[in-house]
Design a protein around this ligand. Sequence first.
Ligand code: ZN
Length: 343
Amino acid sequence: MMVNMVSLSGWSYEGQHGLGHWNKEYPDCGRQHQSPIDIPSNPTFNPSIFMNFNGFEKTKEFSLTLRNNGHTAVVKVDSPNHSVFVTGNQLPGIIFKTMQFHFHWGKDSSSGSEHLVKGQSFPLEMHIVNYNYLAYESIQDAMKHSDGLAVIAILFETTAEDNEDLKPLIEGLEKNSESSIDSLSLSKLLPKNTRCFYRYDGSLTTPGCFESVTWTILSQPQTISERQLNKFRALCDDHGNHLIKFNNRPTQGLHGRKYIRSATTLYNLLYNLKLSHKMSGTEVLIDDRIQLVSAIEIGPPSCRFKVLRRYLVQALRKKHPYLAANIDQVILHQDSAPGHTSL
Ligand SMILES: [Zn+2]
């Protein structure tokens, strides 16, 4: 793919303008609330948080512009009537307009994602960049303010088959110029479960590293094949003759930041429970678990928590002490969350 002429940006991932030198020219890169992070295994639990993706299916109705900017492949989302945006509670604004999405990858599939989840990396990470539309005139203005941006991160894991929904994008990567992409549904690039995510306050992961991003990292990964991944790895940097070998910034320190997860962390709690059962060699309560998964996935909140409590109490009775801490946390948050009936 044609690159974006000479290096106007003055930074790179390797060499004399590489990662270790960013903070000389871009002092914000050395601050304390930087991104990405490694999401640890003990996030603060918040059952009342949610997010909506508005008009994401409409992107297939208009052309998107794909461009290699020398650091990554960027797809500009220029939606007519500003019809593509995200909303949600606990975001620092009412409407976040979707402007572009882009990707981070590594030399091979052993790395690539910027965010890690409990130390695990993924071969590809997609960032959907949205700005606080009612508060700021433009994304350039918004990105310098702490409430300016909401970025959604989607992690990809490899599968043997191509991801058909990525096809229009992959075909665009193969062309040797800026290209327009038709029939790409942004909603299809989201994982099925968008209710389960991690949330924290951080920064842009490229210079100027402004600490203006409310991050949402969706827990469920999307899929991509090695063949498709190699199309990203074949892109050239701003000098036009080197491959972008990798474009993932290493994880940054948390420095006391707290992060929160959505309510459907219950699903993950259950998943861990299953593992714990396996590890302890005790019998798995299969029927209860299926009932619980169904309730969490389709039930209203009050129902979810009722079923959860019933299950957990049963589990406790069966003397699984490792559950005790999780139960306390769930019940504590449920009781303090407004709008939920008590357990
Ligand atoms: Zn990014």
